[in-house]
Design a protein around this ligand. Structure first.
Ligand code: COA
Length: 260
């Protein structure tokens, strides 16, 4: 697929996906969701890509939500389908990706935008970022996993307040809530994400994929996190990365992971 609403840059085994509809504050329309799905899938299948950073173009927004103009006239069935397809194609897909995903939140992250940031494995924000789930102000609720992931990240009471008030929180509050891991000036946002990605990419990507699966299993009602951890731990012992990691340690040298 030729990308119109996103672009991808690759450097030092790190891919950065930028959502590029700045005039619409990078709102997620159907095409953008499809493009993001394809991009994440393609990059996850590329052995040279160790970490993916997702951000928005322009200075104003990460993503200001799902594109309201596309669903304003939807029926009950169409609404349900919108949430189901979106969760499957993008939000759950990103959360369960084996390649680590960092959200670089560079401005408004509202509705589907915050939901996308919360699907990433962790978040870094610029100090002008504003985050919220304004759906109830539109007569709807978060449908891309927001009612589940926000309480996981900030606790039930704070999530309930954010959802019910439809209000926005600033970057410092998001930091104090544990919604983002760092807050920096806009010009430092991507460099910090790249630095963190660089640290991650020194480690075994195979082990990291197993770790993501084990952590996520504990947040799913139909999987046992502890049992998943045991299986994943055992599976690591059959990998080249494990042989290289342990051998390098014993030989007092830096590991050079083959990624298998
Ligand atoms: N869906 C569709 N279009 C959107 C959008 C969204 N979620 N968010 C912003 N846009 C569009 C606006 O309609 C406007 O388009 P136009 O220039 O063609 O009229 C453009 O992006 C710029 O937005 P604007 O509202 O003029 O910017 P602002 O600085 O005055 O306000 C926000 C910024 C983020 C507060 C405001 O755009 C907003 O409330 N957006 C919707 C947020 C939301 O409810 N998201 C959840 C959706 S479920």
């Amino acid at each position: 697929m030729e990308y119109q609403n996103i672009y991808i840059e690759e450097e030092n085994n790190i891919a950065t996906i930028t959502i590029d509809r700045p005039k619409k504050l990078n709102a997620l329309n159907k095409r953008t969701i499809t493009e993001l799905h394809d991009a994440f899938k393609e990059l996850d299948g590329d052995k040279n890509i160790k970490v993916i950073i997702i951000t928005g173009s322009g200075e104003k927004a990460f993503v200001a939500g799902a594109d309201i103009s596309e669903f304003a006239h939807f029926s009950v069935e169409e609404g349900g389908l919108l949430a189901a397809k979106g969760q499957e194609m993008l939000f759950s897909f990103v959360e369960n990706l084996g390649t680590p995903v960092i959200a670089a939140v560079n401005g408004f992250a509202l509705g589907g935008g915050l939901e996308l940031a919360m699907s990433a494995h962790f978040r870094v924000a610029s100090d002008n970022a504003r985050m919220g789930l304004p759906e109830v102000s539109l007569g709807v609720i978060p449908g891309y996993g927001g009612t589940q992931r926000l309480p996981q990240l900030v606790g039930k009471g704070r999530a309930m307040e954010m959802v019910m008030t439809a209000g926005m929180i600033n970057a410092d509050k998001a930091l104090s809530y544990g919604l983002v891991n760092y807050v920096v000036g806009p010009e430092e946002l991507l460099p910090l994400c790249q630095k963190l990605a660089g640290k991650i990419s020194n480690n075994s990507s195979v082990a990291i994929a197993h770790a993501i699966k084990a952590v996520n299993a504990g947040y799913s009602y139909d999987t046992d996190g502890y049992a998943t951890e045991i299986d994943a731990f055992g599976a690591c012992f059959g990998t080249q990365d494990f042989k290289e990691g342990t051998t390098a340690f014993l030989e007092k040298r830096k590991a050079d992971f083959p990624g298998s």
